[in-house]
Design a protein around this ligand. Sequence first.
Ligand SMILES: NC(=O)c1ccc[n+]([C@@H]2O[C@H](COP(=O)([O-])OP(=O)(O)OC[C@H]3O[C@@H](n4cnc5c(N)ncnc54)[C@H](O)[C@@H]3O)[C@@H](O)[C@H]2O)c1
Ligand SMILES: CC(C)(O)[C@@H](O)C(=O)O
Ligand SMILES: [Mg+2]
Ligand SMILES: [Mg+2]
Length: 366
Amino acid sequence: MAVIDFGGTKETVVMRKEFTLAKARKTLKKETIAIIGYGVQGPAQALNLRDNGFNVIVGQSKKFMTDWNRAKRDGFKPGETLFEIEEAVQKGTIIQYLLSDAAQKACWPMIKKNLSAGDALYFSHGFSIVYNDLTKVVPPEDVDVIMVAPKGSGLNVRRNFLSGAGINSSFAVYQDATGRAEERCMAIGIGIGSGYLFPTTFEKEVTSDLVGERGILMGALAGVMEAQYDVLRKNGHSPSEAFNETVEELTQSLIRLVDEKGMDWMFSNCSATAQRGALDWAPKFKKATMPVFRDLYKAVKTKDEAKRVLRICGAKNYKERLDKELKAIHDSEMWQAGAASRALRPKGKKKEIAKGTKGVGGRAGN
Ligand SMILES: NC(=O)c1ccc[n+]([C@@H]2O[C@H](COP(=O)([O-])OP(=O)(O)OC[C@H]3O[C@@H](n4cnc5c(N)ncnc54)[C@H](O)[C@@H]3O)[C@@H](O)[C@H]2O)c1
Ligand SMILES: CC(C)(O)[C@@H](O)C(=O)O
Ligand SMILES: [Mg+2]
Ligand SMILES: [Mg+2]
């Protein structure tokens, strides 16, 4: 493992060049990897593993025909590489349990019944195991229990794999029954296309993941964008102006600079006026949101969030509720303004830069 200095704290990470794809293939040479669930992570991990030369089958309930048909379209053949969940678990030696977290609880008795000694039970989230007082997911002692949790949407697990970029993932071993749990875990991590793997525990992963997605990554992002858009609109700004100053400039310009070289780099390449204002308002936003983040962390630690997920996402009519909520966002003025803005983006040709001219420099930060 490589030792990397993360802002003053030394951490170990597994790099692709240390645990190579060739080593991963050798490690999993005799394994049949059963991907259970063809939703978001399922297809990405199944296709990346298959393209990387691993032996992959898919277990998908035909009750969810859209996902079954998608697996077929992606080249998994019914009766050969595509099965009902129960049959796939019987055939697999590494069982990648990639149903939604609420469905993992519902289907667990069927999964457990079909596991064999020496199998590896794999998760991409610590949820089912950490909250097993709620989920009842208690694996038998004779199977490995491992996790690789990609830190990104399944869509990008696949897209980044195809572009060569990869995605980073955390990994952990919860139970080592065979003595091979860790190498199996790292091999799958490399096989699904992780750029690098950082060690964690099931507990740490589920806590940080639930906080992150409810916070900045999704919940806070959606909330603060809406708040700013509403204030601009209430004060007479047009939808296009409000959207551009809230979302479009962020996604098309400034966040790309943050991505490239960090926050100070983005600040350095904005005006003095913008820098001064942003530097002075940032602490106010931090102070205003800190109590919400504290509440959020507490709600995750007390398991309130896990209970809510299981109760609400496990309900019969949940899909209709979700569709309705997402449609309301989609149809809102703000996101309709977004659709109009996206359609206006010019698709010009890449410019040639004149010899001797520096096209993309940037004002240095520190
Ligand atoms: N979505 C992501 O990008 C992402 C990222 C990192 C980790 N994860 C984790 O990966 C796991 C899978 O998440 P996902 O978002 O891919 O799942 P998902 O919500 O897309 O569902 C996956 C599958 O579950 C099946 N399913 C749903 N209810 C079922 C039921 N009652 N019986 C049988 N099958 C049922 C669906 O047909 C689908 O194939 C979860 O643990 C999640 O937390 C997801
Ligand atoms: C993609 C995310 C948000 O990182 C993942 O945690 C999820 O649950 O979908
Ligand atoms: Mg998550
Ligand atoms: Mg996540």
